[in-house]
Design a protein around this ligand. Structure first.
Ligand SMILES: NC(=O)c1ccc[n+]([C@@H]2O[C@H](COP(=O)([O-])OP(=O)(O)OC[C@H]3O[C@@H](n4cnc5c(N)ncnc54)[C@H](OP(=O)(O)O)[C@@H]3O)[C@@H](O)[C@H]2O)c1
Length: 178
């Protein structure tokens, strides 16, 4: 497909934490849909390997930049509020600002954390059963959700897209007092 028929042809995308997991899924989907993606992470080897792999595949392109975005935990709770505030501020320029709240997505981080528990497989099974859909999300589904917001959700701004398999509708045992 040419740049004009791809869903995100020749547009520029910036992804922080893009060499693995959810970020990798987003980088990959946008390159597959024609975007020019700049992504960062701390680990140079993984970043450069992904850059080479995706540039070989195209049709978009990507550029890896080593970068450490530290203290992420200090800003996570503020992302939805920041998204809404930026949506208000940028609307006069016709710029939309949206965010995604992921539930359990199978990524290297999830594998690593499960591997630190006494029973890795049981922990992963528990993670899968936390969703109504009985499985975890994938990196590719994370990418598609981001592409949807960027390319198709043209009347959405200031929203938080739950990427969670319905987990919040039925988290574990729910007491029904009395
Ligand atoms: N997976 C889930 O189920 C889930 C659910 C809810 C929320 N989240 C959140 O979603 C985010 C991504 O999760 P994930 O599971 O995709 O993690 P992941 O598999 O560990 O991937 C994280 C990516 O971010 C990069 N990164 C980490 N620290 C960085 C830093 N200080 N500066 C720049 N890049 C950095 C990593 O590369 P380097 O290590 O080389 O820097 C890697 O590319 C995390 O904030 C996580 O807490 C995940």
């Amino acid at each position: 497909m040419s740049g004009s028929t791809l869903r995100y042809g020749d547009k520029v995308v910036i992804v922080t934490g893009g060499s693995k997991g959810i970020g990798r899924g987003i980088v990959k989907v946008f390159v597959e849909n024609g975007a020019k993606v700049v992504f960062c992470a701390r680990g140079v080897a993984a970043g450069q390997a992904l850059e080479a792999e995706l540039n070989r595949a195209g049709p978009g392109s990507c550029k890896f930049v080593p970068c450490d975005i530290s203290k992420e935990e200090d800003i996570k709770g503020a992302i939805i509020a920041m998204t809404k505030a930026m949506a208000v501020d940028e609307s006069r320029y016709q710029v939309r600002v949206n965010c995604i709240s992921p539930g359990n997505v199978m990524t290297p981080l999830w594998e690593e954390l499960a591997g630190q528990t006494a029973d890795t497989l049981a922990t992963i099974k528990e993670g899968e059963n936390a969703q109504l859909l009985g499985r975890m999300g994938t990196e590719a589904e994370s990418g598609l959700a981001a592409l949807y917001l960027a390319a198709d959700a043209t009347f959405c701004t200031g929203i938080d897209l739950l990427l969670s398999g319905g987990a919040e509708l039925n988290y574990g045992y729910k007491s029904q007092v009395p």
